[in-house]
Ligand binder design. Structure first.
Ligand SMILES: Cc1cc2nc3c(=O)[nH]c(=O)nc-3n(C[C@H](O)[C@H](O)[C@H](O)COP(=O)(O)OP(=O)(O)OC[C@H]3O[C@@H](n4cnc5c(N)ncnc54)[C@H](O)[C@@H]3O)c2cc1C
Length: 363
């Protein structure tokens, strides 16, 4: 069997590695002229880390990631509201890692190339033709085509025309990294809430590198006007009036202004689809189930998809039957978390985070 994967993001590369480990030939095509380490920090939850360890990438991952020890919810003065241990410290079987997205992508790319998996760049997959014998896309023929082409998936648009604009929570996010050194345990993720539902998430992705995301509600929820681009430049000036917070152990204005680059991105998702693909074509990762990042689940769910695909490559219906309902639950749980997560009470936060873990079956 030969599998063609459109998209060399976290999902597409992990799928290629998982298929290869299962003895299935895979080839990856990416529209970008070269794979560059784009993005800022992302989180890999224990269940996804377990899949990467099973692929023999545990040491590489440990070398580029920071093993998260705790999530701490606090207010904008640095007063703790609720804390939960994470990863190994939380009793999970595998660590949780915070990592630079681009470094993770390059690590997966290097592993794919070492294992002889062809990854070709500068090739956009815009559509496909399929019949009983094969599927053809971008001049290549295969038994299966996997659309792992991200939020603006061309394969999804082809499979599900007329879906309309992305769904926007009304929250805008600003993201950056700063070399401001460790805070608290050096392995702590903080979720700080201030007036006007302003929220700051910060966590280390290296010994001195802190990743931060500042969130502000700026519009009522609804269809997204305009575009969602992970690389759109943002301005620290827009944020500082809302985030002049001194948490005691973290100077938030310094964190924000120390970033060389600030990116802005609307918090968007899509409703779960009734089905992903048909015939020899399916979807994976953000192409299949774009979700709010509130549960830190986007990359993790793409990695879990990859494993399920490798187990069911000969039966795409079985792959979708497993993964579609699970990821639909995560989309819904993320929306609920986004709506309710502004609680300031420890018992309520414990309930909300516990419910989230249960609904997403996530570590
Ligand atoms: C540039 C970029 C920066 C990001 N930064 C962050 C971040 O800082 N924090 C965060 O939480 N998440 C970020 N994300 C999203 C995050 O990577 C995903 O939510 C998650 O990892 C799931 O990945 P995925 O492989 O499904 O999709 P993606 O990571 O989006 O990968 C999709 C890949 O498909 C390629 N592609 C797109 N269209 C086509 C096409 N028609 N044909 C062939 N290839 C195509 C893209 O070049 C990309 O490499 C970013 C995504 C991108 C693309």
């Amino acid at each position: 069997m030969r599998v063609l994967i459109a998209g060399a993001g976290i999902g597409g590369l992990t799928a290629a590695l998982s298929l290869h480990a299962a003895g299935i030939e895979a080839e990856v095509l990416d529209a970008a002229s070269e794979i560059r380490p784009l993005g800022v920090g992302i989180n890999l939850l224990p269940h996804a880390v377990g899949e990467l360890i099973a692929l023999g990438l545990g040491d590489e991952l440990a070398a580029i990631g920071v093993a998260t020890a705790e999530n701490v919810y606090c207010d904008h003065t640095g007063h703790d509201l609720f804390a939960e241990p994470r990863g190994l410290a939380g009793g999970y079987r595998w660590p949780q890692y915070s990592v630079h997205r681009g470094r993770l992508q390059l690590m997966l790319l290097a592993a794919a190339r070492e294992r002889g998996i062809p990854v070709r760049t500068g090739i956009r997959v815009d559509g496909f033709d399929q019949d009983a014998d094969s599927v053809r896309a971008a001049g290549t023929e295969a038994d299966i085509l996997v659309g792992a082409d991200g939020l603006h998936s061309a394969i999804r648009a082809r499979l599900h025309p007329g879906e309309g604009p992305l769904h926007w929570s009304g929250v805008r996010m600003w993201r950056g990294t700063s070399e401001t050194g460790p805070f608290r345990t050096g392995r702590t993720m903080i979720i700080a809430r201030g007036p006007g539902d302003a929220e700051l998430i910060a966590y280390p992705i290296g010994p001195a590198t802190i990743n931060w995301v500042a969130l502000l509600p700026v519009a009522p929820p609804g269809p997204l006007p305009g575009d969602a681009d992970w690389n759109a430049p943002g301005s620290a000036e827009d944020l500082l009036p809302h985030f002049g917070w001194d948490l005691g152990w973290l100077d938030v204005p310094r964190l924000i202004t120390s970033s060389e680059r600030v990116f802005t991105y609307p918090m968007v998702d899509r409703d779960p689809l009734p089905h992903w693909g048909h015939g020899r074509v399916t979807l994976l990762g953000d192409a299949a189930h774009p979700m709010y990042p509130v549960g830190a689940n986007g990359a993790s769910q793409a990695i879990v998809d990859a494993r399920a695909l490798a187990l069911n490559a000969g039966n795409l219906a079985a792959y979708e039957k497993t993964r579609l309902p699970e990821t639909a639950d995560v989309i819904r749980a993320n929306r609920e978390m986004q709506r309710t997560g502004h609680a300031r009470d420890a018992a309520e936060l414990a309930h909300i985070t516990g419910t989230y873990r249960r609904k997403t079956r996530a570590g």
